[in-house]
Design a protein around this ligand. Sequence first.
Ligand code: COA
Ligand code: MG
Length: 293
Amino acid sequence: MRSLLFVPGDSDRKIAKAMSSGADALILDLEDSVALDRKEEARAMTRDFIASAKGQEKRPRLYVRINALATDLWSADLEGVMPAGPDGIILPKPRSGEDVHRLSLALDHAEERAGLKQGSTRIVAIATEVPICVLNMASFVGSSGRLEGLTWGAEDLSAEVGSTATREPNGSLTSPYRLARDLCLFTAVSAGVQPIDTVFIDFRDLDGLRAEAAAAARDGFTGKLAIHPDQVPIINAAFTPSQREIDHARDIVAMFAASPGAGVISLNGRMYDRPHLTRAERVLARAGLASGE
Ligand code: COA
Ligand code: MG
């Protein structure tokens, strides 16, 4: 999933618009973008939308962001939306991988009640939204077979920490938030799940988004959260390998295939060893091409 677009779960208009946004995934939100007195309505709207959208042939993946496990809202969120069989649940503000495990157990029961295949509902956790979680990142590794991705958040974290800004005047992240981002990347890769970069909240600044998405793709993130439809094409482009990257990856894979057992090859005057092969295979996988094809 390259782009995951947040859509307030109580907005008919935005939900309708989101389906044609081109996003690889939609995140119907029941948490921060929905007021407390609209939660019940948002659950019903989200459930009805997923139920009707699920049958469509070329559809985005459909996720629901529930409220945090520290609230008394999340059980009703699950009860409200699970009958529609969302592809996954986005877990905000976990305190550690233990919360992923807890959610996974709740999903076992919810799937049974809804007649869904056991284990079919995936989990993407928004790590780093609470400070203790930044110290507990390693606990996500092996937390649940349902875990599919990890992303991170700066806004809630900064509110808890008391930072007055998360970015320097030039737009780059300040040190504490760069740490959160980088830990998300290392943790996701260690857990064997997708590293997903956080939202870019200045949604009119498309050049800023393009630069940030390119930097995320360069560093190893394979997708990014979006909050506005205009952000989707830019994010999709940033996380789609270019033809040049694909051709180069193919050359590396072909060279290694031509000299079985070689630990190192040379190509156009540069050295390539095993890590480069791994990287090339990843590029081809992201482009939807099996290596060697
Ligand atoms: N999903 C679907 N459609 C969206 C959208 C979204 N996330 N954000 C905006 N749109 C729609 C608007 O409804 C509008 O459609 P319309 O022309 O039919 O009325 C169109 O895109 C243009 O929107 P625009 O006027 O540029 O923005 P806005 O002022 O209406 O909305 C936000 C700005 C930030 C309120 C809106 O983008 C939003 O709600 N984003 C998601 C917020 C969220 O879920 N946050 C939680 C995660 S951090
Ligand atoms: Mg939040």
